[in-house]
Design a protein around this ligand. Structure first.
Ligand code: SAH
Length: 424
């Protein structure tokens, strides 16, 4: 038995790493090297399209040829990602000569370094070496990943404020909590209904939250998995009118964050699609609370998809327009030029439109959208309770009443509605 490997975290920022080979292995390895800030030098006669995209975006240097030993001059690490054992051995030899660690996908025994199976959880990286057996490493890694996803104490270190742009305020101005840790708010899109359609980042932040302020449309199962000590505020139960309720939500977000709490504002779909996310961001900004916005899968796209309706389709629709139907077209408060929408040929996706559907459909037809245009209505899309109604613009409003469809529902109008119908 050979001795155990010595684990290290390599800090590769700005350091030259040579990758030899342009196929599937290199495609898998390069992103993590780029993520670590490495100065990647790729040597290969041919590249996969994904690697080519990195080259096109100037994320790495590409030498379009076979490997030459000089390529390793100045390198800190080399990754061999070629199948040919003779070519791989020549890279190994050149690396050994220069005392550069060499990872070999083709022959782990010949390698001087192994890449571990990795799971990243905010600032924490867990790397697992399986004693030369990559499958064992992955199995252990998966178990740890599940554990971290379920609940983590490690992730209590501030992760949000340092990530991505924080338009509201720099982390430095974050208010100190009694424990000294800064409070913060994340506006997280929970997706359209299926609890698995939250993003990985959204899910991670949810597992880190002290306080979760949730909307009516948020998938209940996501809340089911919160730790018992998390304060859950049900925003739909706040007993005032809509604008007063929004003020109250803003107040709760700011108040808890100023108290040093990690607050997740969880919203159905995407926070900025008819979600009032912008108002909450501004309220936090005014109070100097750092905010992260985590986009979500919006119902405007996902709910039609769940019912077999693609919002665009080649040669059928080259545009989709998302519009709120909560204000009637004939209301002075309407900001939508329905008469212009009627002239569009593409897909129209209407959110919050059930109540006003009779007048919306009539307006569209009156201004030129053909009454026979296919239309579909999807209630509680992506959930177990999903209901789909297929109709036409001329009859959809009456059909919704007859079928007793209720909110939340998405109405989609356009030829895309029938495009996949044949596929069942
Ligand atoms: N921010 C959300 C939309 C909020 S407006 C998003 O990006 O999806 C609320 C409207 O979204 C509802 O009235 C309905 O029109 C639509 N909606 C949200 N989830 C839905 C679902 N699962 N099924 C059908 N419609 C849904």
């Amino acid at each position: 038995m050979s001795p155990n490997p010595y684990p290290l975290g390599l800090r590769l920022a700005g350091r030259r790493v040579v990758v030899v080979g342009g196929g599937a292995v290199a495609t898998r390895r390069v992103p993590a090297l780029l993520d670590a800030g490495a100065d990647v030098f790729l040597v290969a006669p041919e590249l996969t399209p994904a690697l080519r995209a990195h080259v096109d975006a100037a994320r790495l240097h590409w030498a379009r040829r076979r490997f030459a030993p000089d390529d390793l001059d100045g390198a800190w690490l080399v990754q061999v990602a070629v199948d040919d054992p003779i070519a791989a051995a020549s890279v190994s030899a050149a690396a050994a000569e220069r005392r550069i660690f060499c990872v070999r996908a083709d022959d782990r025994a010949a390698a001087t370094a192994w890449t571990p199976a990795v799971t990243r959880h905010g600032p924490v990286t867990v790397a697992v070496l399986g004693g030369g057996d990559p499958r064992r490493a992955m199995t252990v890694r998966d178990a740890i990943r599940d554990l971290l996803g379920a609940r983590t104490e490690i992730s209590r270190t501030p992760a949000v404020a340092g990530e991505g742009p924080s338009p509201a305020a720099p982390p430095a101005s974050a208010p100190p909590s009694p424990t000294g840790a800064p409070g913060r708010v994340a506006l997280v899109g929970a997706g359209p209904g299926d609890p698995e359609l939250i993003t990985l980042k959204g899910w991670r932040l949810l597992t880190e939250a002290d306080v979760v302020v949730a909307d009516r449309l948020v998938p209940g199962l996501l809340l089911d998995e919160l730790r018992p000590d998390v304060e859950l505020v049900d925003a739909s139960k706040i007993p005032y009118g809509p604008s007063r309720a929004q003020e109250e939500i803003n107040r709760i977000l700011v108040d808890r964050a100023l108290g040093g709490k990690v607050v997740v504002r969880l919203k159905g779909g995407d926070p900025y699609v008819f979600g009032r996310g912008g108002e909450e961001l501004l309220a936090c900004a005014e109070a100097g609370v750092p905010v992260t916005v985590v986009p979500g899968v919006t119902s405007a796209v996902a709910v039609p998809a769940a019912a077999g309706v693609p919002v665009t389709h080649r040669a059928v629709a080259h545009e989709f327009t998302v519009v709120s139907g909560h204000v009637a077209p004939d209301s002075p408060a309407s900001l939508v030029r329905w008469e212009h929408l009627a002239g569009l040929r593409g897909t129209l996706v209407i959110l919050m439109g059930l109540k006003n559907l009779p007048v919306i459909a009539a307006t569209l037809v009156a201004h030129g959208r053909p009454a026979e245009t296919p239309a579909a209505v999807v209630q509680e899309g992506t959930t177990g309770a999903q209901r789909v109604l297929r109709s036409t613009l001329g009859t959809v409003a009456a059909d919704v009443v007859a079928a007793d469809l209720r909110p939340p529902a998405v109405v989609v109008v356009g030829d895309v509605v029938s495009v996949l119908a044949a596929a069942g």
